[in-house]
Design a protein around this ligand. Structure first.
Ligand code: NAG
Ligand code: NAG
Ligand code: NAG
Ligand code: NAG
Ligand code: NAG
Ligand code: NAG
Ligand code: NAG
Length: 406
């Protein structure tokens, strides 16, 4: 101890501009032992507080990792308020994408992901609640917000909402709305460019900052839920697999978009195509944020008619983490009409028969967390492209058909 003190003292003498700490004033008075004790005590208190503050910061939503003093000082509700405040702060951060991705990558390494938290819906034992992050990507408004409000009603604490929208767009959600203040720092998105993938990664990274988010759903402004919240929540948290649409399309619209300059990092046999609307686990989301190698190859060589948002994540996951994905998307869309764009639905389309045809359309295999697999007709949990005018009929029939609402 004495040696350290001496060293510090020497340093201080070399830098006389630094104001003298209290301990040196004590030293001058000759009570050397007292000052050492004082220093040890002060240092320990400082270190302890510092670590505790860090723990509070890290555990924005984990009750599990709550530091001792906060449980002693605050009631549960009080800590909830603090957490919400911290979360608001993270939404309003001004980190660049690079800073954000670096921070997220350091949160927890992909291999030590906390998958053991999955599926713990109820918070009876004070353990962390698993949340599903619903990430909305839109150019401006969310015309179907009213339907989502009904969908989420009564399930507070089991979901988080993130909105990426054009930075020039002015929000108009009332304080009572679930979308109020849920916007992340956004950048303009240009169709068919890498800015689309950047926005997806930005949403993922912001949602990853909250460690209780364990599943991540990407949604557009024209998406609707096809079931009630509990059904969708249980479906997502009941499996270890991500749902990333992925297939090898030999046609011009598939392999035809591969650029041979991507070789050798990406071989044409690795090339995959899939819907941009993905659903992923926390572990795979961290892997997606961590990739820079393949991102660069795509950014450089995947230009229209190659669309990065349809190929980058499916190809990346296929090459590096194929076993983590069910290789199918959960978001239904109508490709039955020929053409470059899928079908859009308008007011007269909304009927019980139509919705039930999407809800129970085909058969697919669902791999449960326990290792069991079941064949289910629930292949899609969400559907797009629903125009603003469908809101009224959807709200009207959702209690009977979709199972939520008044
Ligand atoms: C904790 O909550 C109880 C009731 O839930 C309340 O009576 C008490 O004052 C609260 N304590 C603090 C420190 O807020
Ligand atoms: C980020 O915000 C902090 C305060 O919130 C401010 O001090 C800092 O200058 C900002 N940085 C940038 C790059 O805007
Ligand atoms: C959601 O739907 C399922 C199946 O229709 C039903 O069993 C369940 O009770 C519903 N949940 C709620 C909260 O209404
Ligand atoms: C791509 O990979 C396949 C097998 O994975 C291999 O047979 C083929 O030669 C590779 N293509 C090139 C251009 O190297
Ligand atoms: C998905 O595809 C990968 C290869 O990319 C494969 O390893 C994996 O088994 C597939 N998943 C399922 C559930 O079939
Ligand atoms: C899913 O993950 C849990 C927790 O990591 C693990 O115990 C379980 O064996 C996994 N299930 C399957 C089918 O891999
Ligand atoms: C489903 O699980 C059974 C064993 O429980 C296995 O024999 C079968 O191959 C699995 N099916 C699929 C599609 O993985």
């Amino acid at each position: 101890m004495g040696i350290i003190d001496h060293k510090s003292k020497k340093e201080e003498e070399q830098y006389p501009m630094i104001s003298k700490p209290l301990r040196f004033i004590l030293l001058q008075k000759g009570s050397y032992v007292l000052s050492s004790l004082f220093f040890v005590f002060g240092f320990s208190v400082g270190l302890f507080l510092c670590l505790q503050l860090k723990a509070v910061h890290m555990s924005t939503t984990t009750t599990q990792r709550q530091p001792l003093w906060s449980t002693l000082l605050f009631n549960h509700t009080t800590t909830m308020d603090i957490k919400q405040e911290l979360q608001l702060k993270t939404l309003q951060h001004n980190m660049s994408d690079q800073e954000l991705f670096t921070k997220v990558s350091s949160l927890s390494s992909p291999t030590s992901s906390s998958s053991s938290w999955l599926g713990r819906r109820h918070n009876n034992d004070g353990k962390m609640v698993v949340k599903v992050a619903f990430m909305f990507m839109t150019g401006g408004r969310l015309p179907l917000a009213g339907l989502w409000e009904k969908f989420f009603e009564g399930h507070e604490g089991f979901y988080s909402i993130y909105v990426h929208t054009n930075p020039s767009f002015q929000d108009s959600f009332p304080e009572t709305s679930i979308f109020y203040s849920r916007r992340i720092p956004s950048q303009p998105v240009y169709w068919g460019t890498s800015s689309m993938v950047d926005a997806e990664k930005r949403l993922l990274a912001n949602a990853l900052l909250d460690e209780s988010n364990q599943r991540f759903v990407l949604l557009s402004d024209s998406c609707i839920p096809l079931y009630n919240f509990t059904t969708i929540y249980d479906y997502l948290t009941g499996t270890n697999l991500s749902f990333i649409g992925s297939f090898d399309d030999p046609r011009k619209s598939g392999r035809g978009r591969y650029n041979h300059k991507m070789y050798p990092q990406i071989n044409i046999t690795h090339w995959r195509k899939g819907s941009q609307w993905f659903e992923t686990t926390r572990e795979l989301a961290l892997h997606i944020i961590a990739d820079t190698v393949y991102y660069r190859v795509f950014d450089e060589h995947c230009k229209p008619p190659c669309y990065m948002d349809e190929h980058y994540i499916p190809t990346l996951v296929h090459m590096l983490h194929g076993e983590m994905s069910a290789n199918r998307t959960l978001t239904w869309v109508d490709w039955s009409k020929a053409g470059p764009h899928p079908g859009r639905f308008i007011w007269p389309d909304i009927t019980d028969e139509f919705l039930n045809r999407i809800r129970f359309k085909e058969e697919c295999v669902y791999y449960g967390r326990g290792g069991e697999n079941v064949t289910t007709s629930k292949c899609f949990l969400f559907a797009r492209k629903f125009t603003a005018e469908t809101l009224e009929p959807l709200l009207r029939i959702s209690p009977i058909v979709l199972g939520f609402g008044p």
